[in-house]
Ligand binder design. Structure first.
Ligand code: IPD
Length: 269
């Protein structure tokens, strides 16, 4: 679907970056002070910390002050409709389990999209992924490229030794067998496989050429909104298979590997 892009994507990128920086710093301060579990969600393994909620509050408050009328879709608070055509899609702490265990691979992910909160119809305009412990801020704007700080990013083009791939698992233990069977099918394409625990960082790493490709079933819009734009703006391809199901499969890689992954993963569906 083609949607006319009306906003200045570069301005949105700067705003997303500023807020992601502030939000990541808050997440880090809160982590240093100690993590308090606030609740479990879909399963016992699916946790939300008090910091997730506070960081999302900060982001939401900052966005509504700067851009009243824009829509909002966050992992931890309710959605708000857009009256401007722009919606912000936010994961306050992606990699919450890493955060709770003290593993540095967590991030704040903020995206601005043109359209509603439906990933099948929106057009990504700008995104920021900030990993505060790692001190890295990845950003992208539509047509403006993907960046790590001031360094322009590009996905890998060839994988002579096989692809360095990443994937993830959902929180529902009943899905693990199926996901492991998928990995067995994909491994002939791989030199090795990573499971980092933060989908937005997996996508940022594909954009940066630190991973050749990434696939995962069952991601939520806030897990991939910013990261998918990073990959596309770094010259890669991102698609979702099986979008009518509860667990669509997201695939992100350079064009050649993306085609090879899609052929294998399509067979699994
Ligand atoms: C999770 C992480 C994880 C992925 C899960 C996501 P959250 O996000 O991105 O890597 O495997 O599917 O739900 O819950 O930490 O924001």
């Amino acid at each position: 679907m083609t949607t006319a892009v009306t906003a200045d994507a570069e301005q949105l990128r700067h705003l997303a970056a500023d807020i992601a920086r502030e939000a990541g710093d808050l997440a880090l301060r809160r982590r240093t002070a100690g993590v308090l579990l606030a609740a479990t969600k879909t399963t016992l393994a699916d946790i939300v910390t008090e910091a997730d909620r506070d960081v999302e509050d900060l982001i939401r408050t900052r966005l509504s002050a700067e851009r009243p009328g824009d829509g909002f879709l966050g992992e931890e608070s309710g959605a708000a409709e857009t009256s401007t055509g722009i919606t912000w899609v936010v994961d306050p702490i992606d990699g919450t389990v890493n955060y709770a265990y003290g593993i540095p691979a967590y991030n704040v992910s903020i995206a601005a999209v043109q359209g509603s909160a439906d990933p099948d119809t929106w057009v990504g305009l700008a995104g920021a992924v900030h990993a505060p412990v790692l001190g890295e801020l990845f950003t992208a704007s539509r047509g403006g490229g993907a960046w790590l700080g001031a360094q322009r990013l590009a996905v890998t083009a060839t994988n002579p030794a096989g692809a360095l791939l990443a994937t993830g698992f959902g929180y529902d233990p009943s899905t693990h067998d199926g996901d492991l069977a998928t990995i067995r099918q994909v491994m002939p394409l791989a030199r090795d496989l990573r499971r980092m625990g933060a989908a937005a960082l997996d996508l940022a790493y594909v954009a940066a050429g630190r991973l050749d490709g990434y696939f995962e079933r069952g991601l939520k819009p806030w897990d991939f909104a910013a990261g998918a734009l990073l990959v596309a703006e770094a010259g890669g391809v991102v698609t979702r298979l099986d979008t009518a199901s509860a667990r669509p499969m997201l695939i992100a890689a350079g064009a050649d590997l993306h085609a090879r992954l899609s052929a294998v993963l399509d067979d699994q569906i």
